[in-house]
Design a binder for this molecule. Structure first.
Ligand code: 5AD
Ligand code: SF4
Length: 507
């Protein structure tokens, strides 16, 4: 058996002794295999706050002369986890490469939110089978949300035996030991913890960008929306201590970062798990707004926990930008109930009214699912009318994708695929029209931009973002990268805006 993975919630699998036709591989795991059932449990146990124990001396040189490549799928939580994985690998002396053929370690940091995200990863794993054959010493790993699903791990064990390493979202800090095991053992190394989760502080990380930085304020989700796999893959809601978050934001400000993105699956539940202090997301925002950094954003909000105190604090503006991503999912109260969103259409609209009253120039964006099991045409029409009524600037729109083990996957679904696609198209058309109208209203206005760099499609143009996260292209030189400037909007389009420089902003 593999050394270093003998944790009571970990496992190593000797494929040579595993009968090939066996469907249930759980018997080959030491302790528990990934289990959606265990992952669902929520106990009254407090949250353990652990310090990263460091990297053992003998692992610090393991990566010398070796390179790694990480492919990241999904949301910002995954992007940020990739920064932690990068930090750990670099602390082990591995160097980053973009060249698949050169890499000694290739990791897929995966997303489980919809089936097509998973299909992509399986496609990539299949594609890399040849490379692994040519280069047997390559360590091919899968981590992120898909690793937390037992069905996925079993499928990898059955059909993707060229994979060397599987680890989950709760044990990223164990990567040094796991990578060592993957290098030195012939068996697949599998370590997935199906548990509520802890908070581990001070794990090394290497941030990808020099301008914008993600900061986790909490992990996990307890909302259990009936369609969603996140509470199973990311554990229970657990907040980082405010002093740790604030210290990290201060440090990033000192390092010159211009925009801080506070992250959580449901940031509005921040602090609800503290037993010793009364401290919520509004309190945290009220603290970080005093830090000398030009912009602070957050994602994602849940309408149910969005309270008046937070609205009051956001209305103070300053470095708190006037953009709120507020997923609605559906405009029909019956569907919302079946989704277990725990708010109604009316509640959502009332929240929007309050936000707009306090922050008149707020930009609202959202997530919407169409074709939830049993959704009728009339119910879908209510989604369209809510979108129109709120006047979102943009929206992420999805066709419902059944996720194995979630309650909605067992609901009767009588909406045809064609109908779902048709609804999505109608919704996208509406969202695009509203986006165009919103952008058109910005024509002639002067907006503050944080300049990111040359435009991807036209190197003669520079690109920046407004406080409301809209992309603006303008003629300018590279010396304004990282600066805040003012541009006048000359040519608004549906997705992007064009403008010309008016002035730099002193910060
Ligand atoms: N099918 C389709 N969309 C989903 N989302 C979450 N789970 C599913 C699913 N099973 C969407 C929600 C969420 C966003 C991140 O992904 O809209 O807000
Ligand atoms: Fe998923 Fe709902 Fe939690 Fe968002 S709030 S992560 S949609 S369960």
């Amino acid at each position: 058996m593999t050394q270093g993975v003998k944790n009571n919630a970990s496992s190593s699998v000797d494929l040579k002794s595993a009968p090939k036709k066996e469907k249930d591989y759980s018997q080959y795991f030491v302790g528990t295999a990934p289990s959606m059932k265990d992952a669902k449990k929520r106990t009254k146990n407090g949250i353990a706050y652990n310090e990263f124990e460091g990297i053992a001396d003998d692992l610090r040189e393991l990566g010398k002369g070796r390179t790694f490549l990480i492919r990241t799928y999904g949301c910002q939580a995954n992007e940020h986890d990739t920064e932690t994985i990068t930090g750990l690998l670099q602390a082990m002396s591995f160097e980053a490469t973009e060249d698949e053929r050169e890499a000694d370690v290739i990791l897929f940091n995966t997303c489980a939110i919809r089936e097509n995200a998973e299909d992509k990863v399986f496609g990539e794993l299949g594609r890399l089978k040849h490379l692994k054959k040519e280069k047997p010493e390559l360590v091919l790993g899968v981590c992120g949300c898909m690793s937390q699903e037992e069905a996925v791990v079993n499928r990898i064990l059955k059909s993707y035996q060229h994979v060397d390493l599987i680890f989950g979202t709760h044990n990223i800090h164990r990567l040094p030991v796991l990578v060592r095991d993957a290098f030195f053992n012939k068996e697949m190394v599998v370590e997935v913890w199906s548990k509520e989760g802890d908070v581990v502080e001070n794990v090394p990380k290497v941030r990808k960008e020099g301008l914008r930085a993600w900061v986790n304020i909490m992990y996990g989700c307890d909302k259990f929306c009936t369609y969603c796999i996140v509470p199973y893959t990311r554990g229970k809601e657990r907040s980082r201590r405010p002093e740790d978050v604030i210290a990290e934001v201060r440090d990033l400000a000192r390092q010159g970062y211009k925009e801080i993105f506070l992250l959580g699956q449901n940031v509005n539940a921040y602090g609800k798990d503290f037993t010793d202090i009364e401290y919520g997301f509004g309190d945290l925002m009220d603290e970080v707004r005093k830090i000398d950094v030009p912009r602070i954003r957050f994602t994602t909000s849940h309408p149910r926990d969005f309270d008046d105190h937070l609205i009051e604090v956001l209305a103070k503006k300053g470095n708190l930008v006037e953009h709120i991503h507020l997923p609605v999912q559906s405009g029909n109260s019956e569907v919302l109930k079946k989704m277990a969103r725990k708010y109604t259409r009316e509640h959502y609209l009332e929240l929007v009214r309050k936000i707009k009253e306090a922050i008149p120039d707020v930009v609202l964006t959202t997530d919407i699912i169409v074709g939830f099991p049993g959704e009728t045409e009339e119910q879908f029409q209510e989604t369209l009318s809510l979108v129109e009524e709120v006047g979102f600037d943009s929206a992420y729109t999805f066709i419902y994708s059944p996720r194995h083990g979630t309650p909605a996957a067992g609901m009767e679904d009588n909406v045809s695929e064609q109908e779902k696609k048709d609804r999505l198209q109608r919704l996208i058309a509406l969202v695009n029209r509203l986006g165009r109208e919103k952008n058109e209203a910005l024509r002639g206005q002067v907006l503050e931009l944080l300049v990111e760099g040359p435009s991807k499609n036209n190197p003669e143009m520079m690109t920046g973002r407004t406080r409301t996260n809209k992309i603006v292209h303008f003629k300018g030189s590279e010396d304004c990268i990282g600066q805040l400037i003012h541009v006048k909007i000359t040519e608004p389009q549906t997705w992007t805006l064009y403008g010309e420089v008016v002035a730099k902003v002193e910060v």
